[in-house]
Ligand binder design. Structure first.
Ligand SMILES: Nc1nc2c(ncn2[C@@H]2O[C@H](COP(=O)(O)OP(=O)(O)OP(=O)(O)O)[C@@H](O)[C@H]2O)c(=O)[nH]1
Ligand SMILES: [Mg+2]
Length: 244
């Protein structure tokens, strides 16, 4: 391990009934002094299981966000996160927490603003069902055709970025659902550019615990969002903060 990275890092994790995986997800990120400070911010969507309690026991800050939605959770969490660097991942042991120090180091050493993690090249066998794999390909292809931004994995939920990107209000995401994921990458490539907003390959693993994702419903919402965004009729949100 090299020098201590001179930044504070907040890992923001949305959760909804993830008691089987939240502890291992938090523990998967090395906490051995590799950066100035590392903290975890769990945005919980009113879990009815022990998710909040288990996360608190691991030392994470837990914020209850009863308003539904993956995007809503991140919009709340991004406005609250204190770190210079924000890292995101699902609370289901699918993303490689062990790669977080290396990704933050790359962001700093290469003077980048935003990294999105591509799961497709290194997805482990069985981690993505055939239907999800196809849906992901179709959405990523459509996104590339509409926005010509070269992003391979438009649905990845692991990003490593400087909190300061949100000083540009055009970088603040507006979607309260799953489409927030593609929105983040479209905005990054559009407003930051491909030199400083890059895509890096990471491993992707089989989910621990039951997913609540609605494959057809969410897939359709993702498609609608892409076309609405392309023609500029997606929701515009100007307020920014956990209450907005
Ligand atoms: N706060 C909050 N978190 C949510 C909500 N819906 C999903 N999540 C969390 O958001 C993350 C992503 O949801 P997943 O169910 O893993 O969706 P996915 O990755 O597309 O589906 P899988 O490939 O099956 O994992 C998980 O950590 C969920 O617990 C919600 O309404 N509110
Ligand atoms: Mg997941």
């Amino acid at each position: 391990m090299g020098d201590v990275l001179p930044v504070s890092v907040t890992v923001v994790i949305p959760t909804r009934n993830e008691e089987e995986a939240i502890v291992d997800t938090i523990r998967s990120v090395p906490d051995n002094g590799w950066c100035n400070s590392l903290d975890f911010l769990i945005i919980d969507g009113n879990s009815s299981d022990r998710t909040r309690e288990l996360a608190e026991k691991e030392g994470a800050e837990v914020y209850l966000e009863p308003r539904r939605g993956y995007g809503r959770a991140y919009r709340t969490g991004f406005a609250m996160a204190n770190g210079d660097i924000i890292v995101t991942m699902d609370a289901d042991c699918t993303y490689p927490g062990e790669e977080v120090p290396g990704l933050v180091r790359q962001l700093l050493e290469e003077d980048l603003e935003f990294i999105t993690c591509d799961r497709l090249k290194r997805a482990e066998k069985g981690s993505m069902s055939g239907l999800h794999g196809f849906g992901n390909w179709a959405l990523s292809f459509t996104s590339r055709m509409l926005f010509w931004n070269g992003i391979h994995d438009s649905q990845s939920g692991m990003w490593v970025f400087r909190k300061s990107i949100f000083e540009d209000s055009k970088m603040r995401p507006t979607n309260d659902g799953m489409p927030l994921s593609e929105e983040m990458k479209i905005n990054a490539r559009k407003h930051i550019g491909k030199e400083k907003a890059i895509e890096v390959s990471v491993p992707y693993r089989t989910r621990v615990g039951q997913a609540e994702i609605n494959t057809w419903g969410d897939g359709w919402k993702n498609f609608k969002f892409l076309f609405a965004k392309r023609i500029g009729v997606n929701r515009q949100v100007t307020a920014w903060g956990p209450e907005n």
